[in-house]
Design a protein around this ligand. Sequence first.
Ligand SMILES: O=c1[nH]c(=O)c2[nH]c(=O)[nH]c2[nH]1
Length: 297
Amino acid sequence: MTARLRAHQYGKAETRVVRIVRDTPRHEIRDLNVSTALRGDFAAAYLDGDQSAVLPTDTQKNTAFAYAKEHGVASPERFATLLARHFVDDVAPVSGARVDVDEHAWVRVLVDRAEHDHTWVRSGQEVRTASVTVDADGTWVVAGLRDLTVLKSTGSEFRGFLQDAYTTLPETTDRVLATSLLAQWRYAGTELDFDATYATVRSTLLSTFATQHSLALQQTLWEMGRAVLDAVPEVVEIRFAAPNKHHLLADLSPFGLDNPGEVFFAADRPYGLIEAVVVRDGAPDAGSAWTRSVGAP
Ligand SMILES: O=c1[nH]c(=O)c2[nH]c(=O)[nH]c2[nH]1
C-alpha cells in the first residue's frame, strides 16, 4: 500500500477567552471562543512522530490568553488578525495561520433604567464570528454571524413553483417566513472599524428582511446580500446559509375553527436549506479567505 499525506494543519480549537477591561469603574467585557490552526511543513510530525517543528496546541492556547492581556480585544477581527500574524511572523515553521473567533454578546443590565457598570446579561443565542487567514499571499478578514433568528408574520409568499407528480405543497401568498441566519462577509481591507461595520451589516440584514416583500427565501437572501454590498463599500462578498424554519398552519377544521394565519405548528425538521454567495463586481481575489481547512477540495 502506498499513500501520501496530502494536506495538514493543526491547532487549538475553542479556547474560551474572556477579557475584562477594568481600568475605570465602568468595565468592558469581550467573551470569545478562539480557534487557531497553523499551516506549514509539519509533515514530519505525522510521518515520523518528529515534534521539532511543532508549536504545541497548548502554547497556542496560552498565546491567545497572553495576547488578550497584552493587546486587549479591540474587536474579534482585530484580535484574530494579531494572533494569526504573530504565528506566521514569529514562529519559524509556520507559513500560514487561520484564526476563528466567535464572540458571545453580553448587554449591560439596566438598573433603574441606567446601564450597570459591571453586570451584564447574555443577549440571545446569536453569535458574532470572525475568521482571519494569514499566509504568504496576505491577510484575509471574514466577519459574520450565526443563529440570528428572525421571523416575519406576513409579507412572504411562495407560489408559481415547479410541480411534478410528487408535489403536494399548496401555493401561498401570505405565510410566516422564519430563519436562523448564517452570514459571512469578506472585507477588502484589514484595517477597518470592525465593530461599526458589523453593526451596519447586521442592521442592514434585519431591515431588509423586514421590509423586502419576499417571493421566496432565495430572493430574500439575494436582496439582503445586495443591500449589504450597497451599504458597506468595504464588503466585497457575502455568503448565506438560511434554514427555512417552516411554520405550518395548524388544521383546526376538525374543531369547527377556521385558521386564517393565526395558529402554526413550528416544525423543526426537515427544513429547507437555502444558500447563496453574493459578490461585488470586480471584487479582489478571495485568496485563502474561505479555506477553513487546507485539506478541503
Ligand atoms: O422560500 C422558499 N423556497 C423554497 O425553495 C421552498 N420550497 C418549499 O417547499 N418552500 C419553500 N420556500
